[in-house]
Design a protein around this ligand. Structure first.
Ligand code: DGL
Length: 273
């Protein structure tokens, strides 16, 4: 059991932004990552589709042999975590949303004006807003969906005129003048940190990926599941092996990692029945 992998998945390459935090705290664990690059973005799809995709990916990861699954996608965590826990009761799932809410509730200043930004699905779920309001009624919360960010990031763009225009379109200066901080409630968005900081240098940025791993570390410790030694290289699957995915792996993953496109990825209809 100790030698099983840790599954990590996202709608695409955004979930790779959790890797530096993972490697810092759990360097001896073997990762199997799945990025659904063929079907990204998830954030503008229906809840039913997001749940079906997440079930399908988990079924794939289960076959790979995992002792826990990190849902490195705010959209899936917000929409599908209950369905995943119900469908796979033996897999411990760690969603990215809950620890981020707890961390922001701990760290925010009194009366801080926080804008939550994410995909349409995450923002429509109101999960961040509602839970943060319960924990910290003093915070001034607003929320904005930024649906053009993910396709641009999947395209490999992180700065330049298109990114600037997209930031300006979704987050105009007039609106951000009344904010102290941005909560980056999509794992793709930390890749825009420099572009956002260039336009809005005084805004504090919260990155949920920074808070995801400690809960998994506690779970592995408490259940004597920590691996003593990394037995094999990490594996990174993408449902469509784009050059940008490969480039991100080269940037963020250990050099010996395997990068693959699965040929036995099951189909949604099967799970629908
Ligand atoms: N990276 C995902 C998230 O954290 C979703 C992006 C998308 O596919 O729309 O929400």
């Amino acid at each position: 059991m100790k030698n099983l992998k840790i599954g990590i998945f996202d709608s695409g390459l955004g979930g790779l932004t959790v890797l530096p935090f993972f490697q810092e705290l759990l360097p001896k664990e073997q990762v199997v990552y799945f990025g659904d690059t063929a079907r990204t973005p998830y954030g503008s799809k229906s809840n039913r589709t997001i749940i079906n995709f997440a079930l399908e990916i988990t079924q794939f990861l289960e076959k790979e042999g995992v002792k826990a699954v990190l849902i490195a996608c705010n959209t899936v965590s917000a929409i599908a975590i209950d369905s995943l826990r119900e469908a796979f009761p033996s897999i411990p799932f760690f969603g990215i949303v809950e620890p981020a809410i707890e961390a922001v509730a701990r760290e925010a200043e009194k009366g801080e004006r926080i804008k939550i930004i994410g995909t349409r699905a995450t923002i429509s779920s109101k999960l961040y807003e509602e839970k943060l309001r319960l924990l910290r009624p003093d915070l001034e919360l607003t929320a904005t969906a930024c649906p053009t960010f993910v396709p641009l990031i999947e395209e490999g763009l992180r700065e330049g005129p298109l990114i600037k225009a997209a930031i300006d379109y979704h987050l105009p200066a007039t609106e951000l003048a009344n904010c102290d901080s941005l909560l980056l409630a999509c794992t793709h968005y930390p890749l825009l940190t420099s572009a956002i900081a260039e336009l809005y240098p005084n805004l504090k940025l919260y990155n949920p990926a920074a808070y995801l791993i400690p809960g998994l570390v506690d779970y592995l410790q408490q259940n004597a599941l920590l691996s003593n030694k990394k037995e094999a290289a990490d594996i990174f699957y993408a449902s469509d092996l784009s050059n940008n995915f490969r480039a991100m792996i080269a940037e963020l993953a250990p050099a010996e990692s395997q990068v693959l496109c699965p040929d036995n990825f099951s189909n949604v209809e099967e799970l629908d029945n």
